[in-house]
Design a protein around this ligand. Structure first.
Ligand SMILES: [Mg+2]
Length: 341
């Protein structure tokens, strides 16, 4: 009697003989968003689907093709170890992660089980989703947008409250001319493109009036939606850690669920400084590649909430497998997942 596991599972094919033959892509999108979807084909008619991260290029996945052809997609860990050197943080991880998702889809189809069975089994039947909300011109408008989200059944919310609405408002921001997208920069100033400088190094600072205006904005939001529903905040813009702390302290009366990505995730010491200074939880992680990337933050107790993105952090096994959860539990962290759909 055979002892091969696949002989005891319902299957559409013979998994041990399955081979990858092709990788195809289709990019879908709307309102400026684009989502490259990949399909990995096999020699037995089974196909698996994955998603390269929103806004990323399909080429991050296509460049892996020569490493995938001829591989058995059921060997998810082996293939993942072969390709993970070609991923990096943020959207650069999208190709490796999309392929891993497609491999898990294929392995699940081959063995006739859902992907979560391959990742350690089901944990729960439903998950709470928060709903994100991009910038609105006033706090009141944001409040009504959030109310609309609640009317659709969302019980946890997120909003953008960055410095963007302050640009052009007199005496709210201090910054080197040209670093922000205004008309007062010279050509030389514009060489200091904000897109090539990380948040802490822009010399953009909030004035007391700027902080007051952002607090008024959040006060308006709370006046519309009340204090019962958790609201997280994201996209603060290019300011340094000291101003993050000044703003975070000023926002404390509004009981925000977390302050997200105030500085880039790589700056563990700055996150630790913020975490110690603020009584509001702080959160980062959507741009971290592989579980090891989360360790320095967790070991330093530098964040209260980690926020992995399935399409950057390494895919399904890296995301749902025991290590991630174990890391978070071990360091008393909370976890929120980042995904855009
Ligand atoms: Mg975010």
């Amino acid at each position: 009697m055979s002892t091969r596991p696949e002989d005891h599972a319902s299957q559409h094919s013979r998994p041990s003989e399955l081979k990858i033959t092709d990788i195809r892509t289709a990019t879908v999108g709307w309102e400026g968003w684009r989502f490259p979807i990949i399909r990995i084909d096999t020699n037995q008619g089974l196909s698996g689907y994955g998603e390269v991260r929103d806004g990323a290029s399909k080429n991050y996945a296509l460049m892996l093709k020569s490493r995938l052809l001829g591989e058995n997609p059921c060997n998810v860990d082996k293939v993942f170890r072969k390709i993970k050197q070609f991923g990096h943080h943020a959207r650069q991880g999208g190709g490796v992660c999309g392929v891993e998702m497609a491999l898990m889809d294929l392995a699940g189809k081959a063995y006739g089980v859902p992907a979560y069975v391959l990742a350690g089994g089901k944990f729960r039947d439903a998950i709470r989703m928060y709903c994100d909300t991009p910038n609105e011109p006033t706090g009141e408008a944001m409040g009504h947008k959030l109310k609309e989200r609640m009317s659709h059944g969302f019980t946890m919310l997120k909003m953008d409250i960055g410095i963007q609405p302050l640009i052009g408002e007199k005496n709210t921001l201090t910054y080197p001319a040209g670093i922000l997208k205004t008309d007062d920069g010279t050509e030389l100033d514009r060489m200091l493109d904000i897109n090539s400088i990380q948040h802490p190094f822009t010399h953009v600072r909030l004035t007391p009036k700027g902080i007051e205006m952002l607090c008024e904005y959040v006060e308006q939001v709370r006046a519309v939606v009340g204090y019962e529903v958790p609201i997280a905040a994201d996209h603060f813009g290019h300011i340094g850690v000291d101003d993050c702390i000044r703003l975070g302290e000023a926002l404390e009366p509004f009981n925000l669920a977390w302050l997200e990505d105030m500085v880039p995730w790589q700056f563990t010491d700055q996150w630790a400084k913020m975490e110690r200074a603020l009584k509001t939880p702080v959160c980062t992680g959507e741009d971290i590649y592989l579980k090891e990337g989360f360790l320095p933050l967790l070991q330093a107790h530098a964040v209260n909430v980690i926020h992995p993105d399935l399409a950057t952090s390494g895919g399904i096994l890296e995301q749902y497998g025991a290590p991630h959860g174990r890391y978070t539990d071990q360091y008393n962290g909370r976890r929120a997942m980042c995904r855009r759909h």
